[in-house]
Design a protein around this ligand. Structure first.
Ligand SMILES: [Zn+2]
Length: 436
């Protein structure tokens, strides 16, 4: 018996043994880890005598997964955690530092979240075309609200009221700068800008802010120490975003014009990352996520409303084809661009925003990246260590001594067979086991 690893008398110590371990970068030699409190205190080595032991023979331990493009809610964060997604990155919505303090006060069974706050867009610009008219709370939101506890509902309405008492209208350089400050003051973790003229959203002619205004926003965000992510769905707007100096593209261009090789090189040279959201492109092109929805490991965890959503699609650009997105993402990957797993899932089940669901779609995205040509290990890096590094989440995304104990244990070996990520045996969030 070896007691060389000290453990305090109050914190529970757990050892996971005999696991294959993917540490965020690669499969490592060690087969065990020790968790104390919220932290991984050892990888490999002796197991403390007082540890509760979980024998993970035949299973693989992964860092908690990260979805680098969502629009979320308390319910979305809960579903995410059920699917081993321990962090969601909100790209236009609630859950800035201020929002988290209001909405997550009493929630202990939800994923962690970071947020851009409200994105910078032209009046009437994207995503207005996707949402119902008027300022009233839409019916599908009220339906979701009815399912929440009184406390959760109050928190959500308070956050909604806060967001809508000060609708940020951006039409000038000065207003763009003010908007950035408002988001930063609310505790935004990064800044999001929209460059969407609507063609692939089935709404050509959407208003877009001028390059001058967008550039002012990017520069102001950088002055505040925040990275900027651009919504772009075409090659043309991707070029614009890179010219503006953004740090990441929130989508993968869905078209593939002749100048794609130059664009890929420009993106690589800029150092920007790309969150392709292949699951969204697939849905825009008219493909429902029915194969995913039919997987018992998925439908056992989702509400009938989210199942309906998965079984439908955006279908706003059926003339495109997914092969182009696969080629584009592989070209970027081979050029050395960091590719991050993201989904663009909506906060609540919205009938026209099909093909996506919290948590489940992260596993779908991993599968599509492998279909495009990623190795399973490269795909897993894109959902763990890479997003953690690009978003400055230095405490997570890897299995290492001192890292936060956000973990997923799955049956089988997703480092060779990617769909094994869905065979979830257990999820740990900040060291606490959330399901088994
Ligand atoms: Zn989005």
């Amino acid at each position: 018996m070896n007691n060389s690893i000290p453990s305090s008398s109050v914190e529970k110590v757990t050892a996971i043994t005999n696991a294959r371990i993917f540490d965020g970068e690669k499969v490592i030699e060690a087969r065990s880890i020790v968790i104390e409190g919220e932290t991984i205190i050892a990888v490999g080595g002796d197991v403390p005598a007082d540890a509760a032991i979980i024998d993970a023979e035949g299973a693989t331990l992964l860092p908690g997964l990260i979805d680098a493009h969502v629009h979320t809610s308390v319910g979305g964060l809960r579903d995410a955690l059920n699917f081993g997604v321990t962090t969601e990155l909100e790209m236009n919505g609630d859950f800035t530092g201020r929002g988290r303090a209001i909405q997550l006060k009493n929630a202990d069974d939800v994923a962690d979240v970071r947020s851009a706050g409200t994105a910078i867009t032209a009046p009437g610009g994207h995503p207005d075309e996707l949402l119902p008219d008027g300022d009233e709370i839409p019916e599908f939101v009220l339906k979701e609200l009815a399912k929440l506890s009184d406390e959760d509902r109050e928190a959500m309405l308070a956050a909604y009221a806060h967001d809508h008492e000060e609708v940020p209208q951006v039409t000038t350089v000065e207003e763009a700068i003010k908007h950035v400050h408002t988001q930063v003051d609310n505790g935004a973790d990064y800044i999001k800008i929209m460059i969407e003229e609507g063609t692939v959203m089935g709404a050509p002619g959407l208003p877009v802010l001028s390059d001058e205004i967008l550039k002012a926003a990017v520069e102001e965000a950088h002055k505040s120490g925040k990275i900027v992510i651009a919504h772009v769905l075409t090659a043309h707007s991707s070029q614009t975003a890179i010219d503006l100096g953004v740090d990441g593209l929130g989508h993968l261009f869905i078209d593939r014009p002749g100048y794609t090789p130059e664009l890929v090189q420009t993106i690589a040279d800029s150092g920007a990352f790309v969150t392709p959201c292949l699951v969204l492109n697939s849905s825009i092109l008219g493909n429902p996520a029915s194969e995913l929805a039919n997987d018992p490991r998925v439908h056992s965890k989702l509400s009938p409303e989210w199942m309906d959503i998965l079984n439908s699609s955006f279908n706003t650009f059926p003339q495109g084809n997914l092969e182009n997105s696969f080629k584009n993402v592989m070209d970027l990957h081979k050029a050395g661009v960091d590719i991050l797993v993201g989904t663009d899932v909506a906060p609540v089940p919205v009938p026209n925003l099909g093909g996506l669901a919290h948590g489940a779609s992260v596993h779908h995205e991993l599968q599509l990246l492998v279909k495009a040509g990623f190795t399973p290990i490269e795909a897993l890096q894109s959902a763990t260590s890479k997003p953690a590094r690009r978003f400055g989440l230095t405490d997570r995304g890897r299995i290492a001594e001192g890292a936060r104990a956000d973990l997923v244990l799955v049956d089988g070996d997703p480092t060779t067979h990617i769909s094994d990520t869905l065979s979830i045996k257990a999820v740990w969030f900040k060291g606490a086991q959330k399901r088994s």
